[in-house]
Design a protein around this ligand. Structure first.
Ligand code: PMP
Length: 353
């Protein structure tokens, strides 16, 4: 009798993938969505822009108009050429491309954005996690000794950091760029909400520095548009692994439109920063709550019974993020509109007071 072939698909899966857990991005029904660091303000869509899109044609593979518009409005004058800029389907895709090109070990502080580790694992690269110091700043000496021990690789520094909300010390970041011998990616996803200086001004001086930016936090998350900004030589290498047509025509056109009318985006950012101050003050005034300082569009806070606070907020229609696995006793709330923040504060007070 013929032996039946073993068709169990798990046999064929690479071991590093078998152990992976998918990124948790569940759609949980709620009235007020404050879990994903999105902007509460949608951008207006222009009918003329939508009409200009030819649905039968592929998007511009080089996204030239998009890169030009972004460079014009966001890059320092000395690096305004689009050869300093690469477009991604969100900055997630660029993280994937960076690890694909430079390989591991992938070094990052923890807690931080979980995709650095997930992408490294998906690509079969070794990961080195270096705990943040108390106060959530990076331990530059520990990062440097990890880099030296591993001989090269890539370091990701999210500053401001997700989920802690603080910016890392600029001097420590500079030391890591100067002394690590690695490609250092400063992920500035939340920089638009920070009063600190961007690392963009260091480009041109450090060929191993790469900066990530995204439109997802400033009202355009639906588009999936992110940017890598680095020396043209580094950009050219990462461009080799970029999939063709990675940013679709709708996203390119709508993003160009919004970026060109940057005043709308800036107004919303100012609104979120001022709401953040109010939200921080109110949260800090609630008994039992420790709200950590934030340079981003979210606030990390500690409560005595986080599971209960999370569930009660949801029962009251407010979805926040439970971060207990990453930071003990902590929850994270995105800064929403004034009304959304009030609903959130009411829900927390109802549970804790
Ligand atoms: N970097 C950080 C630090 C983030 O928090 C996020 C989103 N949560 C990203 C990158 C990914 O952003 P995008 O939507 O552009 O993929």
């Amino acid at each position: 009798m013929k032996k039946k072939a073993n068709t169990d698909v798990l046999r064929f899966v690479r071991p590093n993938i078998l152990n992976l857990r998918p990124y948790e991005a569940k759609e949980i029904p709620c009235g007020v969505k404050l879990d994903a660091n999105e902007s509460p303000y949608p951008e207006k869509l222009s009918a003329r822009t939508l009409k200009s899109i030819e649905t039968n044609r592929y998007p511009d593979p080089q996204a030239e108009a998009l890169r030009k518009a972004y460079a014009q409005k966001n890059l320092p004058a000395k690096i305004r050429g689009i050869e300093w800029l690469l477009h991604g389907n969100g900055s997630d895709e660029l993280i994937f491309n960076l690890v694909c090109v430079f390989g591991g070990p992938v070094i990052y502080p923890v807690p931080t954005f979980s995709m650095y580790g997930k992408i490294a694992a998906a690509l079969g690269q070794r990961v080195v996690e270096v705990p943040l110091q108390s106060g959530f700043d990076i331990d530059d000496s520990a990062l440097l000794s990890a880099a030296k021990k591993q001989k090269g690789g890539i370091i990701f520094l999210s500053s401001p950091n997700n989920p802690t909300g603080n910016s890392f010390s600029a001097q420590k970041i500079l030391r890591v760029i100067e002394e690590s011998g690695c490609v250092v990616v400063v992920d500035e996803a939340y920089q638009p909400f920070s009063a600190r200086k961007s690392f963009m001004s260091c480009l041109g001086k450090y060929p191993n520095l790469a900066i990530l930016r995204t439109l997802s936090k400033v009202g355009l998350a639906a588009l999936r548009v992110g940017f890598l900004i680095a020396e043209p030589g580094l950009v050219a290498q990462v461009n080799k692994v970029r999939l063709p047509f990675n940013v679709n025509s709708f996203s390119q056109a709508i993003a160009v439109d919004s970026i060109s009318r940057a005043s709308g985006l800036r107004k919303h950012i100012r609104g979120i920063v001022s709401e953040r101050k109010r939200l921080h003050r109110e949260l800090s005034g609630i008994k039992g709550v420790t709200a950590y300082p934030s340079d981003a569009n979210f606030i990390l806070f500690k409560v005595p019974d986080p599971e209960r606070v999370y569930k009660e907020a949801l029962r009251n229609g407010v979805l926040i993020r439970n971060l207990c696995e990453a930071v003990e006793g902590c929850l994270r709330v995105t800064v929403g509109s004034g009304k959304e923040n009030e609903k959130f504060i009411r829900a927390i007070k109802r549970t804790l007071e």
